[in-house]
Design a protein around this ligand. Structure first.
Ligand code: IPE
Ligand code: IPE
Ligand code: MG
Length: 250
């Protein structure tokens, strides 16, 4: 009999990859794949609400994705604006708190205004922290935290000797949430692609060839089941992290 309760991750972080290939397989333009991907986001949010997951962070658009062809970037921005217009009220009703991480200044004012409004509307919700990484890069995130530390040091608010993991960690995106426990990447690539570099230090990694638009609750459950069987040691030995077995030597 297992001696520990099946753990559900508190914080799930996902690289939603494979939209373009999903469309290409159907001989359709890439934007069709992104639209189908938006439907998969809804299934994923529903799954997290059902499972009692506290925080879901979705990589929607990377700082590097700005360099895609203008037509694709334009299509994605239109899709993003449409999703903000259509989905925020329902997410609010469901108790989701929406937050956007990434370089906001690069978005159009219309999108920016919707992002701000969504954050304000849902700020008091506690059922699910739903974080959308958009125009996000992990290196940029760390650089911004370093800049904030430098500003505090220059202003005399912080001593150089006080620059440590805790001080930087407090200035990184989503510092108020537990770090992601489980990282999922769909679409078959085995890389982090500049997602939450700092925050993923001890996340359990799970990869699948399934393309993001094909994701459903059953696949996510599979990831959670695998996660439940992992032993997270955080540098310790197995004996240190395992609860003592009845009858085993102390
Ligand atoms: C992920 O799907 C969505 C974004 C990066 C915006 P892709 O568009 O990267 O799809 P593939 O990897 O080309 O199939
Ligand atoms: C990562 O996917 C970014 C998002 C899913 C938003 P990419 O498709 O941009 O990553 P690479 O280029 O394959 O590393
Ligand atoms: Mg991709």
């Amino acid at each position: 009999m297992p001696t520990h309760a099946t753990p559900v991750p508190r914080h799930l972080a996902i690289i939603m990859d494979g939209n373009g290939r999903w469309a290409q397989k159907r001989h359709r333009p890439r934007i069709i794949g992104h639209r189908a991907g938006a439907q998969a986001v809804k299934r994923c949010v529903e799954f997290c609400l059902q499972q009692g997951i506290e925080a879901l962070t979705l990589f929607a658009f990377s700082s590097e994705n700005w360099n895609r062809p203008a037509e694709e970037v334009g299509g994605l921005m239109k899709l993003f604006l449409g999703a903000l217009e259509r989905e925020v009220d329902e997410l609010h009703r469901l108790g989701a708190r929406l937050r956007f991480i990434g370089e906001r200044s690069r978005f159009d004012p219309a999108i920016l205004a919707r992002m701000d409004a969504a954050e304000r509307l849902t700020a008091a919700n506690v059922r699910l922290h739903l974080n959308i990484a958009a125009s996000y890069g992990g290196r940029q995130d760390i650089a911004a935290a370093a800049r904030s530390l430098a500003e505090d040091v220059a202003a005399g608010r912080l001593l150089p000797a006080q620059v440590d993991e805790a001080a930087l960690g407090a200035r990184i995106a989503l510092a108020d949430l537990p770090a992601p426990d489980l990282f999922i990447r769909t679409g078959g690539e085995l890389r982090i692609s500049n997602f939450l570099l700092w925050q993923l230090a001890y996340a359990e990694l799970w990869f699948t060839d399934t393309l993001w638009p094909d994701v459903d609750g059953a696949l996510l459950q599979h990831a959670l089941d695998d996660y439940a069987g992992r032993e997270r040691r955080f540098g310790l030995t197995s004996a240190q992290v395992r609860p003592a077995q009845p009858g085993s030597p102390a």
